[in-house]
Design a protein around this ligand. Structure first.
Ligand SMILES: C[S@@+](CC[C@H](N)C(=O)[O-])C[C@H]1O[C@@H](n2cnc3c(N)ncnc32)[C@H](O)[C@@H]1O
Length: 204
């Protein structure tokens, strides 16, 4: 079952080797994830749609990859999506879907060019922790939401094993800067018996 890149995806790595992993994976990523029942994008999209009133407002799909997350958001009614990702080859897959208003490759080192309040919601679906982007990315994205902005994200079971990841979320809530609107543990990639927690947060 686990004969592709999934077996490599959850080891810690620096930004350059992360980009390399996803560049190498780009052409087979969707087939491998689909074969293994990748459920988190759909779960995140349903949860975000249930916690937003106007689905025409701009949403940033951060770490959009080949656009599976964007496709799930569009299926729930979101109409205005921008995508950003480290990997140019993953972005080619996103481009081919024709669902993004803009797509941008970022370097993962310098803060991306996002003005606070540009986006009514930011999605980081399968992107933070557990071998992917560091938890500092969560803080950076939360900082770029305006008051009332929504953040939908997932932590897979590997990310959940490190208390620092949920700890950052708890800090945002305990300090009155955010509140949790939705939280649910469920299927992530059933084919490798991996689950995830999906969260929708409101920036206060
Ligand atoms: C597991 S894929 C998820 C892609 C897409 N969201 C989906 O659900 O299919 C993780 C993506 O995050 C991107 N990524 C990892 N670290 C990143 C970072 N620091 N900044 C932006 N993108 C990053 C990778 O290039 C990859 O495309």
């Amino acid at each position: 079952m686990n004969d592709g890149f999934l077996s490599q995806a959850y080891s810690a790595r620096d930004t350059a080797s992360m980009r390399q992993l996803y560049d190498d994976w780009a052409t087979t990523y969707e087939a491998e994830l689909t074969k293994n029942g990748y459920a988190t994008p759909g779960r995140c999209a349903v949860a975000l749609a249930a916690n937003m009133q106007d689905l025409t407002l701009p949403v940033l799909d951060f770490g959009c990859g080949t656009g599976l997350s964007g496709k799930a958001l569009v299926a729930e009614g979101f109409t205005t999506l921008d995508g950003m990702d480290l990997s140019g080859d993953m972005l080619k897959g996103a481009e081919s879907k024709g669902i993004y208003r803009t797509l941008k490759q970022i370097d993962g080192e310098t803060p991306p060019d996002i003005v606070q309040g540009d986006y009514a919601a930011i999605a980081a679906i399968g992107v933070i922790g557990g071998g992917a982007a560091p938890i500092g990315v969560f803080d950076m994205l939360m900082d770029r939401l305006g008051s009332g902005g929504r953040m939908v994200l997932s932590f897979n079971d590997h990310a959940l094993e490190d208390p620092e990841n949920e700890g950052h979320m708890a800090d945002w809530c305990a300090s009155g800067r955010a509140r949790v609107l939705f939280r649910e543990h469920g299927d992530h990639i059933p084919g490798i018996n991996l689950r995830s927690t999906v969260y929708v947060l409101e920036r206060l």
